[in-house]
Design a protein around this ligand. Structure first.
Ligand SMILES: C[S@@+](CC[C@H](N)C(=O)[O-])C[C@H]1O[C@@H](n2cnc3c(N)ncnc32)[C@H](O)[C@@H]1O
Length: 262
């Protein structure tokens, strides 16, 4: 199952979970963040009602219908042709919703044509992704915003699992990278909430190596997992904000500032 599927655009970062297991990834997307913490946080940065939105690395387009409810227009960009086709089936009939094949490093989008760019669970945005960030800056209008949602391995049950799977992951280096690029971090507390234990098990097995998956499933009971994520955000045309961290979650709200991460 290794390698890159046929027809994937140049520059795509391997994404084995959704590339090889799109049905299980759909279960994961349905279980993520039942409290809507991520959506509320993105809307605080740049509400998408009435504006033009771009979802980079949209996968099977899970988030597109939600964006399309009140955005003026939604474009999904995805390098994997099979996933793009699935996204097309999902949004068929939705007005103002369009899909284009491509990668973050060469966005098939006109200069200064969008107001909000989102990338969710986008491993292609992190240290070394400067070409993609330049592209996003090119397509954003003044006052527009770029938001990236990614794992925060420094906190939560899922964060502990992630660290076991990827002990070399350097969260401090990741935070320094985003701060140097002028991004602000908002730390969010969300959770996975599955209907069935079998779904949780299937998702854990596409997200973690087999030995780590076996170990965490043996320890963890139930169908819910607390899960910390980072929302990295940047506004076009605003001065660079100092590094800061805000924590929001279901039932919690606290302010933290400064580096380094715990
Ligand atoms: C973990 S999936 C997340 C999909 C979607 N954002 C979601 O939340 O359901 C990461 C996605 O990024 C895409 N991807 C990988 N490298 C990319 C790149 N360089 N530019 C744009 N998308 C990329 C993958 O094909 C995959 O669909």
């Amino acid at each position: 199952m290794a390698g890159v599927p046929t027809g994937v655009s140049a520059g795509a970062h391997p994404s084995p979970n959704i590339w090889w297991h799109p049905r299980t990834y759909e279960l994961e997307n349905r279980a993520v963040d039942p409290g809507g913490v991520i959506e509320a946080a993105i809307r605080r940065v740049r509400d998408w009602a009435g504006v033009d939105v771009l979802d980079v690395g949209c996968g099977t387009g899970f988030h597109l219908p939600r964006l399309a409810v009140d955005a003026a227009s939604v474009v999904g960009v995805e390098p994997h042709p099979g996933l793009l086709a699935a996204a097309g089936r999902r949004v068929a009939g939705l007005p103002h919703c369009e899909l284009r094949q491509g990668s973050a490093q060469a966005l098939p989008v006109a200069d200064r044509s969008v107001d909000l760019v989102q990338a969710r669970w986008a491993y292609f945005f992190g240290p070394g992704c400067e070409p993609g960030i330049r592209e996003v800056r090119r397509v954003l209008r003044r006052g527009g915003a770029f938001v990236v949602i990614d794992n925060d391995p420094t906190r939560s049950t899922f964060g502990r699992w992630f660290r076991r799977a990827q002990p070399a992951y350097d969260a401090v280096a990741v935070e320094r990278f985003w701060a140097r690029q002028g991004f602000t971090r908002e730390a969010l507390d969300i959770r996975w909430s599955f209907e069935r234990r079998a779904d949780l098990k299937a998702v854990v097995r596409i997200e973690l190596p087999p030995d780590v998956a076996d170990a965490v499933l043996a320890e963890h009971v139930g169908t819910d997992v607390d899960y910390a994520v980072n929302l990295w955000w940047w506004r076009a045309g605003l001065s660079v904000a100092p590094p800061s961290v805000r924590v929001h979650g279901e039932g919690t709200a606290a302010i933290h500032t400064g580096l380094p991460l715990r």
